[in-house]
Design a protein. Structure first.
Length: 261
C-alpha cells in the first residue's frame, strides 16, 4: 500500500486527478482497448472531478475512449431523480467532458429484478476485461462504496441495507432528513473493487482520521472494509494532513520518505 499525504483537500484532489489523467494517457486507449475506470460519488471526489474537467478543457486528457463503472446507486431512485447517482455523475462530471454516453455504466436502482441487475453489472465489468483503475472515497467508519462495517471482504455487487449511520451521514443531500435517504442501495462489493488492477482512495478531513489510522496501521478487518487494500498489489491512499492526524509520527515519516524518491 502506498500512502500519499498532502497539505489539504485541494492539493490532494489535484494530485489525484493528474495521476488518473497520466494513467489514461500512458494506457493510450483506443476503440478496441478502452481504459476502464471505476468511479465514486459523494463529497470526496468533487474536487477530483473539477480538476479532471479542467485538464480535459486544456486538452491534457480525453475521455472519449474511457469506459466507466460507478460504485453504487440508491434503490428506488430513477436516473432523473436529483439525488440519484446517475444525476450526480452527469451534473458533476460526465456532461462536462467528452465521454461517450454508451461507455457510462451505473447500476439501475429501479430495475425490476435487483439481483439480476447486480449479476449483470458484474458480467458487464468482466466483458471489458475488468477495471483498470478504481477510484473511491472512504467513510468515517472506514467503508468503501456501500460496503459498511461487517461486509464480507469477498463480496460482489449486491443489494445492501444501509446502516442508520450511513443514512445520517448522507442526509445532507436530502434536506438534512435521514428518513428521506433510501434505506437500501445497490453497491459493488469489496471483491469487485479489489479485482481492479489498481485502486486509488481519497480520504480527507479530521472526521476520517480514526478510520484512516485503523486502515493503515492495524490489520485487515471487515469492520474497516477499506483495510482490504493492505492485500492489494497496487493500492494508493491519498489523504490530507487532517485525515492523517491519528497516524503515528513514524508512519507519516515513513510514507513521506518513500514519496521522496
Amino acid at each position: 500500500m502506498r500512502l500519499v499525504i498532502h497539505k489539504d483537500y485541494e492539493k490532494a484532489c489535484v494530485w489525484t486527478a493528474r495521476y488518473i489523467a497520466n494513467r489514461i494517457n500512458k494506457f493510450n486507449p483506443g476503440p478496441d482497448k478502452p481504459f476502464v475506470l471505476g468511479l465514486p460519488t459523494g463529497s470526496s471526489p468533487l474536487g477530483i472531478y473539477q480538476e479532471l474537467i479542467r485538464l480535459w478543457q486544456e486538452r491534457q486528457v480525453s475521455f472519449s475512449q474511457v469506459v466507466t463503472f460507478n460504485m453504487d446507486e440508491y434503490v428506488g431512485l430513477g436516473a432523473e431523480h436529483p439525488q440519484s447517482y446517475h444525476a450526480f455523475m452527469w451534473n458533476n462530471f460526465f456532461s462536462h467532458v467528452d465521454i461517450d454516453k454508451k461507455n457510462v455504466h451505473i447500476l439501475n436502482g429501479t430495475a425490476e429484478d435487483l439481483k439480476a441487475e447486480c449479476k449483470a453489472y458484474e458480467e458487464r465489468i468482466a466483458s471489458f476485461g475488468g477495471i483498470e483503475l478504481f477510484l473511491g472515497g472512504m467513510g468515517a467508519d472506514g467503508h468503501i462504496a456501500f460496503n459498511e462495517p461487517g461486509s464480507s471482504l469477498h463480496s460482489r455487487t449486491r443489494v445492501k441495507v444501509l446502516a442508520w449511520n450511513t443514512r445520517t451521514a448522507n442526509a445532507r443531500f436530502f434536506g438534512g432528513d435521514p428518513e428521506a435517504v433510501p434505506a437500501t442501495a445497490l453497491t459493488v462489493g469489496v471483491g469487485t473493487i479489489t479485482d481492479a488492477r489498481e485502486v486509488l482512495l481519497l480520504v480527507s478531513g479530521h472526521a476520517k482520521a480514526r478510520a484512516l489510522q485503523a486502515v493503515v496501521e492495524n490489520g485487515i478487518n471487515h469492520m474497516w472494509t477499506a483495510s482490504c487494500l493492505q492485500n492489494h498489489p497496487r493500492a494508493i491512499i491519498v489523504c490530507d494532513e487532517a485525515a492523517a492526524d491519528e497516524l503515528k509520527a513514524g508512519t507519516v515519516r515513513y510514507f513521506r520518505d518513500s514519496e521522496a524518491f
